[in-house]
Design a protein around this ligand. Sequence first.
Ligand code: S5P
Length: 458
Amino acid sequence: MYNKNSFLQSLVDIECVKFGDFILKSGQQSPIYIDLRNIVSYPELLTNLAFLLKEDINTSVQRICGVPYAALPIATMISTQTGLPMLIKRKEAKSYGTKKILEGIHTPGDKVVLIEDVITSGQSLMETIKVLEEEGLIIEQILVVMDREQGGMKKLTDLGYKVTALFSVSSLIDLLISEKKINIDTYNEVKIFLDSNHSNSPVPEQTKKYFPQSHQHPIGQRLLNIANTKKSNLIASVDLTSAQKIIKFLSIVGDDICAVKLHADIITDFSENFILELKSLSEKKQFLIIEDRKFADIGNTQLLQLSQGIYSIASWADMVTIHVIAGEASLKAIQDWDTVNKPALIPILEMSSKGALTDNDYIEKCKQFLYNYTDVIGAVCQSTALKTGFLKFTPGINLSAKEDNKGQNYNSPAFAIENLQSDFLIIGRGLYLSDNPKKEIDNYLSEVRKLDFFSEIK
Ligand code: S5P
């Protein structure tokens, strides 16, 4: 009854979607025009749309809010169908009375689903998000009716929001050509228009992801071998502060992880003895060691931080993280360092936390030189795509939490592998705070193994 395809076709019938030569609000010329506002004149269609959208709403959501104005009637309809209380964001605050900008009952911490009709750059959504977040509300998910595929989805995903679209312009024209509702010339014109606007590359296609098999760097290759043998791409981020507790935790989960990630500087009783024990356990249980030092300094200082001081990182870590904020020369200094004990480098390209400053511009600048350095085996990132042969490490992974109360954002293992195309999943509190880490790591592993991630040779 509520069918996506017939809904799309109706949009053309009622001229919410038109083909021709149009000038968009941005001044840009476009062969396709999309304006869903007229849906309000077709109550049955509006009911259908609400039905299609509500299917995707998470059970954790407590409030619903539409981006003004076009999505207000859609949100209202969903609210009445689901019983989810609604919030209305005004375009501007009232100049009298309460001066409220957000109407409806809410308390800080409430989880909200945002509804938007058409997403282009994501600007209107960002304005609504800002108001809601300033009120202490949590944007649990964002549902969009139509993605114009002009960068908005990617922008929001990069910022850590969970955003999904019911339709994209590509899926719309694919359907219309197959139903012979548009001709091949119109189809091609829209395709060309979309391609030329894809510079902001949308969220990666949900192509099936397989775990990589080979790597140019010996440490990268060892990591892949361990992961392939264990069928585990899990990296335990053990942010515990006691050496003894770290060792105890690793003796429990060591068989099921391919690497451990540490912050040596938070260990209150860090010692040479701890490193000896850690090394011996890593050999016995077969996992590698990452020191999450996140260097961010000039080349000379970084070399000192790697080789000297109480941590003497280069003498025990297989891999180390590094921000390349100081520029290419800081990376080159490590690459040029001629020593036997040199950890492989994992630059931080994109951070998982809310409001991270690692925007597209920064990431692209880093990518311009990263790939030239053989010590670099991959990068820490979220939605950013990496060149083939570079390993993608993704933190902010948790099976149950969506965020912490300090800015961290979480995705599930399946989402990271399928949507972010991650190779390795970094899990911290989701594991080490668990009452039963052995059982919990099995839960993570079974979600990963369900995906057939390790079953095929690429
Ligand atoms: O963007 C990042 C990069 C890193 S390395 N976001 C992160 O959370 N991390 C690290 O991953 C962070 O320092 C912590 O050690 C771990 C995530 O821990 P969790 O407890 O939030 O899972």
